[in-house]
Write a protein that binds this ligand. Structure first.
Ligand code: 1GP
Length: 246
Protein backbone atom coordinates (compact mmCIF):
# COMPACT_ATOMS: atom_id res chain seq x y z
CA UNK A 1 0.00 0.00 0.00
CA UNK A 2 1.41 3.42 -0.83
CA UNK A 3 1.91 6.03 1.87
CA UNK A 4 -1.13 8.16 1.06
CA UNK A 5 -3.38 5.10 1.09
CA UNK A 6 -1.91 4.19 4.48
CA UNK A 7 -2.70 7.66 5.84
CA UNK A 8 -6.25 7.44 4.52
CA UNK A 9 -6.79 3.87 5.75
CA UNK A 10 -5.61 4.79 9.26
CA UNK A 11 -7.80 7.91 9.26
CA UNK A 12 -10.79 5.80 8.22
CA UNK A 13 -10.05 3.34 11.02
CA UNK A 14 -9.95 6.30 13.45
CA UNK A 15 -6.26 5.70 14.14
CA UNK A 16 -4.33 8.81 15.10
CA UNK A 17 -0.90 9.06 13.50
CA UNK A 18 2.46 10.34 14.67
CA UNK A 19 5.46 11.42 12.61
CA UNK A 20 8.94 12.35 13.78
CA UNK A 21 10.58 15.17 11.85
CA UNK A 22 14.30 14.67 11.30
CA UNK A 23 16.24 17.79 10.45
CA UNK A 24 19.46 16.51 8.83
CA UNK A 25 21.37 19.48 10.29
CA UNK A 26 20.50 18.46 13.82
CA UNK A 27 19.87 14.71 14.04
CA UNK A 28 22.19 12.19 12.40
CA UNK A 29 24.63 9.38 13.24
CA UNK A 30 24.24 7.60 16.57
CA UNK A 31 21.45 9.93 17.76
CA UNK A 32 19.38 9.17 14.68
CA UNK A 33 20.12 5.48 14.99
CA UNK A 34 18.85 5.49 18.58
CA UNK A 35 15.78 7.47 17.53
CA UNK A 36 14.91 4.98 14.77
CA UNK A 37 15.10 2.09 17.23
CA UNK A 38 12.90 3.87 19.76
CA UNK A 39 10.48 4.95 17.02
CA UNK A 40 10.13 1.38 15.84
CA UNK A 41 9.58 0.19 19.43
CA UNK A 42 6.82 2.78 19.94
CA UNK A 43 5.24 2.14 16.53
CA UNK A 44 5.70 5.65 15.17
CA UNK A 45 3.89 5.90 11.84
CA UNK A 46 6.32 7.92 9.70
CA UNK A 47 9.64 9.68 9.63
CA UNK A 48 9.51 13.05 7.90
CA UNK A 49 12.91 14.25 6.69
CA UNK A 50 13.74 17.75 5.52
CA UNK A 51 13.81 21.37 6.56
CA UNK A 52 13.33 24.93 5.36
CA UNK A 53 17.10 25.32 5.26
CA UNK A 54 19.70 22.57 5.41
CA UNK A 55 23.26 23.86 5.87
CA UNK A 56 25.74 21.07 6.62
CA UNK A 57 23.36 18.12 7.05
CA UNK A 58 23.21 15.20 4.62
CA UNK A 59 19.58 14.41 3.82
CA UNK A 60 20.34 11.30 1.75
CA UNK A 61 22.53 9.86 4.52
CA UNK A 62 19.69 10.41 7.01
CA UNK A 63 17.18 8.68 4.72
CA UNK A 64 19.57 5.75 4.28
CA UNK A 65 20.26 5.46 7.98
CA UNK A 66 16.54 5.41 8.83
CA UNK A 67 15.84 2.81 6.14
CA UNK A 68 18.74 0.66 7.39
CA UNK A 69 17.55 0.68 10.99
CA UNK A 70 13.78 0.37 10.90
CA UNK A 71 10.78 -0.35 8.72
CA UNK A 72 9.02 2.98 9.34
CA UNK A 73 8.25 4.76 6.04
CA UNK A 74 10.31 7.84 5.22
CA UNK A 75 8.45 10.83 3.82
CA UNK A 76 10.37 13.78 2.45
CA UNK A 77 9.30 17.17 3.76
CA UNK A 78 11.37 19.28 1.41
CA UNK A 79 12.34 22.88 1.85
CA UNK A 80 13.65 22.95 -1.71
CA UNK A 81 14.26 21.05 -4.92
CA UNK A 82 17.63 19.85 -3.58
CA UNK A 83 15.80 17.76 -0.95
CA UNK A 84 14.47 15.07 -3.29
CA UNK A 85 15.85 11.62 -2.54
CA UNK A 86 14.75 8.53 -4.50
CA UNK A 87 15.38 6.23 -1.53
CA UNK A 88 12.52 7.77 0.45
CA UNK A 89 9.04 6.27 0.27
CA UNK A 90 7.13 9.44 -0.55
CA UNK A 91 7.45 13.17 -0.91
CA UNK A 92 5.10 15.87 0.33
CA UNK A 93 4.74 18.10 -2.73
CA UNK A 94 4.19 21.21 -0.66
CA UNK A 95 2.36 24.22 -1.96
CA UNK A 96 2.54 27.10 0.53
CA UNK A 97 -1.10 28.10 0.10
CA UNK A 98 -1.16 30.52 3.04
CA UNK A 99 1.42 32.65 1.24
CA UNK A 100 1.49 34.60 -1.97
CA UNK A 101 4.98 33.72 -3.07
CA UNK A 102 4.53 32.24 -6.56
CA UNK A 103 7.78 30.29 -6.32
CA UNK A 104 6.35 28.30 -3.41
CA UNK A 105 2.91 27.95 -4.95
CA UNK A 106 4.08 26.59 -8.32
CA UNK A 107 7.62 27.74 -9.25
CA UNK A 108 9.72 25.15 -7.40
CA UNK A 109 7.23 22.47 -8.41
CA UNK A 110 7.94 23.11 -12.08
CA UNK A 111 11.68 22.85 -11.38
CA UNK A 112 11.12 19.63 -9.43
CA UNK A 113 8.78 17.96 -11.95
CA UNK A 114 11.52 16.64 -14.29
CA UNK A 115 13.23 15.06 -11.27
CA UNK A 116 10.00 13.25 -10.40
CA UNK A 117 9.15 12.20 -13.93
CA UNK A 118 10.16 8.56 -13.48
CA UNK A 119 7.36 8.29 -10.85
CA UNK A 120 9.55 6.14 -8.62
CA UNK A 121 8.88 8.36 -5.63
CA UNK A 122 5.28 8.66 -4.47
CA UNK A 123 4.29 12.32 -4.66
CA UNK A 124 1.58 13.61 -2.31
CA UNK A 125 0.19 17.07 -3.17
CA UNK A 126 0.00 18.91 0.14
CA UNK A 127 -1.42 22.30 1.05
CA UNK A 128 1.02 23.87 3.49
CA UNK A 129 -0.49 26.52 5.73
CA UNK A 130 1.75 28.64 7.88
CA UNK A 131 0.18 30.05 11.05
CA UNK A 132 1.68 32.94 13.00
CA UNK A 133 3.33 31.58 16.15
CA UNK A 134 4.69 34.38 18.30
CA UNK A 135 8.11 34.84 16.67
CA UNK A 136 9.51 34.80 13.16
CA UNK A 137 10.27 31.14 12.39
CA UNK A 138 12.84 29.92 9.88
CA UNK A 139 10.10 28.78 7.49
CA UNK A 140 8.46 32.22 7.63
CA UNK A 141 11.73 34.02 6.97
CA UNK A 142 12.97 31.67 4.27
CA UNK A 143 9.61 31.50 2.48
CA UNK A 144 9.24 35.27 2.55
CA UNK A 145 5.53 34.92 3.23
CA UNK A 146 3.10 36.32 5.75
CA UNK A 147 1.70 33.61 8.01
CA UNK A 148 -2.04 33.61 8.76
CA UNK A 149 -2.59 35.52 12.03
CA UNK A 150 -3.16 33.09 14.92
CA UNK A 151 -6.61 34.51 15.71
CA UNK A 152 -7.88 34.47 12.10
CA UNK A 153 -9.28 30.97 12.23
CA UNK A 154 -11.75 31.72 9.43
CA UNK A 155 -8.93 32.61 7.01
CA UNK A 156 -7.09 29.38 7.84
CA UNK A 157 -10.28 27.34 7.44
CA UNK A 158 -11.05 28.95 4.06
CA UNK A 159 -7.45 28.44 2.91
CA UNK A 160 -7.53 24.75 3.86
CA UNK A 161 -10.87 24.22 2.14
CA UNK A 162 -9.61 26.01 -0.98
CA UNK A 163 -6.66 23.62 -0.97
CA UNK A 164 -8.96 20.62 -0.81
CA UNK A 165 -11.20 22.01 -3.56
CA UNK A 166 -8.12 22.48 -5.73
CA UNK A 167 -7.44 18.76 -5.37
CA UNK A 168 -4.66 18.76 -2.81
CA UNK A 169 -4.52 15.50 -0.83
CA UNK A 170 -3.33 16.65 2.59
CA UNK A 171 -3.42 19.87 4.59
CA UNK A 172 -0.45 20.65 6.84
CA UNK A 173 -1.14 23.35 9.45
CA UNK A 174 2.29 24.55 10.51
CA UNK A 175 3.40 26.87 13.28
CA UNK A 176 7.03 26.42 12.20
CA UNK A 177 9.73 24.25 13.68
CA UNK A 178 10.54 25.36 17.22
CA UNK A 179 7.52 27.68 17.24
CA UNK A 180 6.93 29.60 20.45
CA UNK A 181 3.17 29.03 20.19
CA UNK A 182 1.86 25.92 18.44
CA UNK A 183 -1.26 26.01 16.29
CA UNK A 184 -4.17 26.66 18.67
CA UNK A 185 -6.95 24.23 19.42
CA UNK A 186 -9.51 26.75 18.05
CA UNK A 187 -7.54 26.94 14.81
CA UNK A 188 -7.37 23.14 14.43
CA UNK A 189 -11.12 22.83 15.07
CA UNK A 190 -11.93 25.57 12.56
CA UNK A 191 -9.73 24.07 9.83
CA UNK A 192 -11.11 20.62 10.47
CA UNK A 193 -14.76 21.60 10.36
CA UNK A 194 -15.18 21.56 6.57
CA UNK A 195 -12.18 19.45 5.60
CA UNK A 196 -12.49 15.84 4.44
CA UNK A 197 -8.82 15.20 3.57
CA UNK A 198 -6.37 14.37 6.38
CA UNK A 199 -5.05 17.21 8.54
CA UNK A 200 -1.42 17.27 9.63
CA UNK A 201 -0.47 19.61 12.48
CA UNK A 202 3.06 20.53 13.55
CA UNK A 203 5.38 23.11 15.00
CA UNK A 204 6.13 23.80 18.66
CA UNK A 205 4.34 20.75 20.07
CA UNK A 206 6.31 19.91 23.20
CA UNK A 207 4.16 17.83 25.54
CA UNK A 208 2.04 14.67 25.45
CA UNK A 209 -0.85 16.81 26.74
CA UNK A 210 -0.62 19.05 23.69
CA UNK A 211 -0.49 16.00 21.44
CA UNK A 212 -3.67 14.74 23.10
CA UNK A 213 -5.44 18.10 22.79
CA UNK A 214 -4.52 18.37 19.09
CA UNK A 215 -5.79 14.88 18.32
CA UNK A 216 -8.99 15.66 20.19
CA UNK A 217 -9.42 18.88 18.20
CA UNK A 218 -9.18 16.97 14.92
CA UNK A 219 -5.55 16.53 13.90
CA UNK A 220 -5.14 13.24 12.04
CA UNK A 221 -1.36 13.25 12.05
CA UNK A 222 0.96 15.16 14.38
CA UNK A 223 4.58 15.99 13.56
CA UNK A 224 7.13 16.32 16.33
CA UNK A 225 10.68 17.54 15.77
CA UNK A 226 12.51 19.78 18.24
CA UNK A 227 11.05 18.43 21.45
CA UNK A 228 12.25 14.90 20.65
CA UNK A 229 15.68 16.21 19.71
CA UNK A 230 15.87 17.71 23.20
CA UNK A 231 13.97 15.01 25.15
CA UNK A 232 13.88 11.71 23.24
CA UNK A 233 12.31 10.10 26.31
CA UNK A 234 9.06 12.00 25.52
CA UNK A 235 8.46 9.68 22.59
CA UNK A 236 6.93 6.86 24.62
CA UNK A 237 4.30 9.11 26.21
CA UNK A 238 3.48 10.83 22.90
CA UNK A 239 3.11 7.52 21.07
CA UNK A 240 0.92 6.23 23.89
CA UNK A 241 -1.40 9.22 23.41
CA UNK A 242 -1.73 8.40 19.71
CA UNK A 243 -2.81 4.89 20.67
CA UNK A 244 -5.25 6.14 23.32
CA UNK A 245 -6.98 8.53 20.93
CA UNK A 246 -7.30 5.91 18.22
C1 1GP B 1 8.05 21.51 11.59
O1 1GP B 1 6.00 20.75 12.27
C2 1GP B 1 7.33 20.43 12.30
O2 1GP B 1 7.67 21.50 10.28
C3 1GP B 1 7.90 20.12 13.64
O3 1GP B 1 8.05 21.25 14.46
O4 1GP B 1 10.31 20.93 15.43
O5 1GP B 1 8.67 22.47 16.53
O6 1GP B 1 8.35 20.01 16.61
P1 1GP B 1 8.89 21.15 15.82
Amino acid sequence: MNIYDQIIAKKQQGKKQLAILVDPDKTFGKDLERLTIEAQRHKVDYFFVGGSLITDGDLSACVRLIKDNCTIPVVLFPGGVDQIDPNADALLFLSLISGRNPELLIGHHVTAAPLLMDRKLEVIPTGYILIESGTVTTVQYVSNTLPIPANKTEIAAATALAGELLGLKLIYAEAGSGAKNPVSIEMIKAIKEHLTIPLIVGGGIRTPEKVAANFKAGADLIVIGNSLEKNPELLGAMAEIATQYS
